[in-house]
Design a protein around this ligand. Structure first.
Ligand code: G3P
Ligand code: CA
Length: 315
């Protein structure tokens, strides 16, 4: 990662921005922004247009989804490197040689991906009756990034585009995302994040209006300096585990003072919004309530409807 003093085309890190996602996380609301993790993935197949619509109906402030490239370079929205868990690829392509490498998204062309059923796996697990009826048609597809951005714009909504750039970094991914943002014209509604911080730095340097976030799965030394000065990003996205929610101390005595909140304080003092994934415990004295009390700017959740009531009623 190179030092990021001033964007090549955009603003300096921390400078005011017209980005609506950033404005929402920085607003003076007393509650954290609710970001539907892969859409309303508790009630609809993750990373689909159905999951997005349900999240919007449930009152999520934004949705988050994962982007990868197909073999022919189309940006599609799917979490795993493999198509296997969330589609019927193994049944449809049983005799295909690509089974040997685990049905990687990167080994299939967009036209092939589009033939797959991306809803039935979920239907058979836990869809409620309303979703089940829609899924019985077998017509839920892996969406393209273009479709997801168009829906976001149509709903007058916000999106966190996560670049699934690891474990195989490919500069074409960010290039494709930027091309789709240009095509749809929704830079100001989007925050780009990734565990690949080289790509976050590149997204920040070239920003024409999108915001950026550093995703971390382990604690980072001096996170405020790292996010703002080294990467040049706007936000820090950290996990519940980094904040100590899996520690025996917190598990034995779940209370805000047993979370690891030092980094959150430093980030807040530096004006860097901290967003936490993935928080589904919506009990009045559960993890979401504890985190809301620490001043985090956003919570990623699989169940925005459940958290909506909690954060709306928090003191
Ligand atoms: O962006 C937060 C979260 O989505 C990162 O983890 O594995 O769910 O993409 P993952
Ligand atoms: Ca994600």
């Amino acid at each position: 990662v190179t030092s990021a003093s001033r964007s090549e085309e955009g603003r300096s890190p921390g400078e005011p921005s017209a980005n609506q996602f950033l404005a929402a996380v920085r607003s003076a609301r007393r509650r954290p922004l609710l970001i539907a993790h892969r859409g309303d993935s508790a009630h609809a197949p993750e990373n689909t247009l159905d999951a997005a619509r349900r999240a919007w109906e449930a009152g999520a402030d934004a949705w988050e989804f994962d982007v990868q490239l197909t073999r022919d370079g189309v940006a599609v929205v799917i979490h795993d490197e493999s198509l296997d868990r969330t589609t019927d690829v193994a049944r449809r392509f049983r005799a295909d040689p690509r089974a040997a490498s685990g049905y990687l998204v990167a080994d299939f062309d967009f036209d092939e991906v589009r033939t797959l059923d991306a809803g039935s796996w979920f239907h058979s697990r836990r869809a409620d009756s309303k979703t089940a009826r829609a899924l019985e048609t077998g017509e839920v597809r892996v969406p393209s990034l273009r479709e997801c951005l168009e829906l976001t714009r149509r709903l007058d909504w916000l999106a966190n585009v996560e670049l699934k750039a690891l474990p195989d970094p490919d500069p074409r991914l960010l290039d494709a995302v930027i091309a789709e943002l240009d095509a749809v014209g929704c830079d100001e509604r989007v925050l780009i994040s990734s565990f690949d911080h080289d790509e976050v730095a590149r997204a920040a340097r070239t920003s024409r209006g999108w915001a950026t976030g550093v995703l971390a799965a382990t604690p980072i030394h001096r996170p405020a300096k790292y996010v703002r000065e080294i990467v040049g990003a706007d936000c820090f996205h950290t996990s519940t585990l980094c904040l100590g929610a899996g520690s025996s101390r917190y598990l034995r005595h779940p209370a805000p003072e047993h979370l690891r909140t030092g980094d959150l304080r430093t980030l807040a003092e530096s004006g860097i919004p901290a967003l936490v994934y993935t928080v589904n415990d919506a009990r009045p004295d559960g993890l979401a309530a504890h985190l809301a009390g620490t001043g985090v700017a956003g919570l990623f959740t699989d169940d925005p409807g459940a958290l909506r009531g909690l954060v709306d009623n928090s003191p």
